[in-house]
Ligand binder design. Structure first.
Ligand SMILES: Nc1ncnc2c1ncn2[C@@H]1O[C@H](COP(=O)(O)OP(=O)(O)O)[C@@H](O)[C@H]1O
Ligand SMILES: [Mg+2]
Length: 325
């Protein structure tokens, strides 16, 4: 089946005072109907920039798309006219941001904003009906006292409540693609579980979810497939169980080890030593090599291509075949 979204060879730089910063480097990934694709990796590796590129919400400048295409139903989102793009956003493509105020207007009551979203896309529904549906959505996202909250302005709500309003707004039109960028970071555990259930329910309606997180526990609960990003590139991609059972890339192995030791309350917490290199000065060769326990001289010479490593698996490591399983 044709994937719903195909990102092909996307490269994004930011022109900064310190020079060009490589935020996303030759990234290709596809999103299929009814799946949750996890995008994971440490902070700064290009997850949010990828999401913003897909929504065409990157500030340009300073962002510059060096190359690539983002195909949605055959059209390249990167050169779609703005009018067409507007009609896709919300109804077909929607995004849950890390920071809810990116999506909410400070000037309007929560209930009006939600109702407006519904009416804009379905002018036939009445104001009363729209308000009812807005209230129903607040219930679904676990908002306390939803009737009262409809008449609040965003600034009157806590951060977690604002997050819930934004999630309601992103999901209420049943979009084909939902991008969720660390959607539950600001929420307590109970509400988090409720939101994850909602996103899972979206999948049953054939919505594709791009789920961005650094929390591998959540990936395990939510995702069908996982793409692991490191320093602006995808280093491994696989079905969820295959990735967790048999990680191939040393970076994936490192990420998983830190989760396992957290779960075991291990006295010695294993984290990956060292730091993500600066996107202003990526080292030649494999960008993980400076932190990789398996690195050899060839690893610092040239970038390993993302290649097929079995069914539904891609890995970018010169040594994946030789490494201990
Ligand atoms: N507006 C911006 N201007 C300059 N650099 C940016 C901007 N937004 C993001 N970046 C840089 O792009 C890189 C990727 O960022 P991001 O996609 O936000 O990472 P992640 O979401 O994986 O934590 C980082 O080095 C970040 O500092
Ligand atoms: Mg981010």
């Amino acid at each position: 089946m044709q994937p719903l979204v195909q990102i092909r060879n996307l490269s994004v730089v930011f022109d900064t005072e310190d020079g060009p910063l490589m935020a996303v480097d030759d990234l290709s990934v596809e999103l299929r109907r009814g799946e949750v694709l996890g995008l994971v990796g440490e902070s700064g590796c290009g997850k949010s920039v990828t999401a913003l590129a897909l929504m065409r919400l990157l500030p340009r400048p300073p962002a510059r798309i060096l190359s690539g295409a983002i195909l949605f139903e055959g059209a390249d989102l990167l050169d779609l006219p703005v009018a067409q793009l507007r009609s896709l956003r919300g109804r077909r493509l929607s995004m849950i941001f890390q920071e809810p105020m990116n999506a909410l207007s400070p000037l309007h009551k929560v209930g009006d904003q939600l109702a407006e979203t519904l009416i804009l896309h379905d002018p036939k529904i009445s104001g009363a009906e729209a308000r009812n549906r807005a209230r129903e959505w607040l219930v679904r996202v676990g908002m306390p006292d939803p009737e009262l909250r409809l008449d609040d302005y965003p600034h009157q709500l806590s951060g977690g409540m604002r997050q819930r309003v934004m999630i309601a707004m992103a999901l209420m039109l049943h979009p084909d693609v939902v991008i969720a960028d660390e959607p539950t970071t600001a929420l307590d555990v109970t509400v988090q579980a409720q939101i994850l259930d909602l996103l899972r329910a979206m999948r049953e309606r054939d919505t594709a979810v791009l789920f961005i997180t650094h929390d591998l526990g959540v990936v395990w609960e939510m995702c069908d497939r996982v793409a692991v990003m490191y320093a602006a590139r995808i280093v491994e991609q696989a079905q969820r169980t295959a990735l967790f059972d048999r990680p191939r890339h040393p970076y994936t192995r490192g990420l998983l080890r830190s989760v396992v030791s957290l779960a075991n309350r291990d006295a010695t917490l294993t984290t990956i030593e060292g730091q993500v290199p600066s996107a202003l000065h990526y080292p030649p060769g494999c960008r993980f090599a400076p932190r990789c326990p398996f690195a050899q001289p060839r690893c610092i010479e040239s970038i390993p291509p993302l290649e097929s490593a079995g069914e539904e698996r891609l890995v970018a490591c010169w040594r994946w075949r030789e490494l201990p399983r």
